[in-house]
Every structure is written in C-alpha cells, then in structure tokens.
Design a protein around this ligand. Structure first.
Ligand code: NAP
Length: 253
C-alpha cells in the first residue's frame, strides 16, 4: 500500500503503450501515479485498474495546449499536494515525407508534432519545476527516440521533435542541478505498442525486425523498468544522460 508520503509521479500518456508500462513499474515500487491521458478514457481506466497498490489518480489533458498543461499540473498538485517526478512520455508519430506531403499537410503535421512532442513537455517541465524548485527536489524523465540520432526518412518532424527534447533535457540538467532537480532521457528504438503497429506488421516488418540482434523489438515493460528506475533510484550523477533503449539496433558513438 502506498504511504501518504510516497513519491508522486506524473506519467503523461499513461493510458497505453510505454506509459502504461512505466505506470505499472512505478506502482510496484510504491509510488503514487498521476496517470495522464488525452482522450482514451477506457484505456486509461484499464491501466489504472492494473496498477498495484493504491493512491493513484487519473487526469486528462491535451499536452499540445499550454492552458491544458497549466490545468494538469494545478490539478495534480491540488490532488496530491506534491509532485516528485514528471515523466514526459506522451507523444505522436505522423508521416510527413517531404516528397509526398502537400504543403498544407506539412504545416499541419509539423505543428501537431512539435506542439505535442516538444513544446508540451517544455511547458509541463516549466510548470513542474516551479513547484520542484520551491521544494529543492525533483526529477524529470523524458522519452525521446532513436530517431533523434538516426533521422526518420518519412517523419522528419518526429525526428526533429525528439532531437529537440534531447537537448532540452540536457540543457535543463545543467540549469537545474544546483536546485537538486535532475533530468534524464531515454531514447527508445522500436517498442511493441499501438504507435509501432503499422511498422511492425506492415510490408517492411521483416526489414524492421532484421535491425534487431535480439531477434525482437523492445517492450513497454522493459521501458517501464528503465523509466521507473530513473524516476526513483538512479544516482544524481546520471543527470543529463540519454539512455539508448534500442536493443543495439542503432549504435551511436
Ligand atoms: P502510443 O501507444 O501511441 O500511446 C501514446 C500515448 O500518448 C497515449 O497515452 C495517448 O493518450 C498519449 N497522447 C497522444 N497525444 C497526446 C496529446 N496531444 N496530449 C496528451 N496525451 C497524448 O505510443 P507509445 O509507443 O507508447 O509512445 C510513448 C512515447 O515513446 C512517445 O513519446 C513516443 O514518441 C516514444 N517512442 C515510441 C517508440 C515505439 O516504437 N513505440 C519508439 C521510440 C519512442 P490517449 O490514449 O488518450 O490517446
């Protein structure tokens, strides 16, 4: 059972996929999870019901909307009275291939992708940090992507959004270390979730699988274990790190 002083962790995009795996690992470690989602209330309730222990709560918000971010952090603080860790996991992936997209589509996808994957996490971080600085304690975990290093042939805005989040996290790690606030990043490769279904079952599925020396892609459970460790246990000296979680499918030096 989660104690009244157990850490409170806000997991964005916790209804499905990687966010669900993260929430489940956090709950098993006695954290209280502020489980966030956008629209999929059924999936969010399913995840909430799967969490060990008690003291968890659900919050809906569009992270691409700055006012909704403000309300989300205010609601979490009103409910729990504290916020120890923010995990920026919610994200979208949409093709915007420069050779195929119309200019109107290019505009739409770039706006949506940057607002959701980069500006949203930046806004949530800003808001959470105001509270964390007053307590002189806090952690931020950002979920980016291998795409930030490797590029993405048909989703350039996605790759750019994740590269932006990588350097945002590292810049904040430097800026906030004196306040005892630490920032960690995980850059996953393919993970078996809704976001990846089309690629993992489509015509290029064999090619995608062939990138993986493990003979399989990653799982939300593996990402959950990594993120929960960073959120609750990783040494402060890891602040600013970017952990590759891609099963050696892409090596950067
Ligand atoms: P997913 O299964 O598609 O789930 C996406 C989650 O984000 C859902 O909880 C969704 O909420 C939420 N979300 C989407 N747009 C939102 C918005 N505007 N406001 C608030 N929440 C929003 O994705 P996933 O595979 O778990 O991905 C999680 C993170 O890992 C993303 O940042 C993604 O870019 C990154 N990643 C994934 C892979 C992969 O292969 N799967 C690889 C590298 C990085 P609803 O359920 O309410 O829609």
């Amino acid at each position: 059972m989660a104690a009244a002083n157990s850490p409170v962790v806000l997991v964005t995009g916790g209804s499905r996929g990687i966010g669900r795996g993260i929430a489940q690992h956090l709950a098993r470690r006695d954290a209280r999870v502020a489980l966030h989602y956008a629209n999929n209330s059924a999936a969010a309730h399913e995840t909430l019901a799967s969490l060990a222990g008690d003291g968890h709560a659900l919050f809906a918000a569009d992270v691409a909307d700055p006012a909704a971010c403000e309300k989300l952090i205010a609601d979490v603080l009103a409910h729990f009275g504290r916020l120890d860790v923010l995990i920026n996991n919610a994200g979208v992936y949409e093709d915007d291939a420069i050779k195929a997209a119309s200019y109107a589509d290019w505009q739409r996808v770039w706006r949506r992708t940057l607002d959701t994957n980069l500006v949203g996490p930046a806004n949530l971080t800003y808001l959470a940090v105001q509270h964390m600085r007053a307590r002189r304690s806090g952690r931020i975990v950002n979920i980016t992507s291998r795409a930030a290093f490797r590029g993405e042939l048909t989703a350039q805005s996605y790759a750019a959004s994740k590269a932006g989040l990588n350097i945002l996290g590292q810049s904040l790690a430097q800026a906030l270390a004196p306040d005892n606030i630490h920032v960690f990043t995980i850059a996953p490769g393919w993970i078996d979730t809704d976001m990846a279904t089309a690629s993992l079952t489509g015509p290029n599925a064999a090619q995608v699988l062939a990138q993986h020396p493990l003979g399989r892609v990653g799982t939300a459970d593996e990402l959950g274990a990594t993120a929960a460790w960073l959120a609750l246990e990783a040494p402060a000296n890891l602040t600013g790190c970017i952990i590759d979680a891609n099963g050696a499918s892409y090596l950067r030096t």
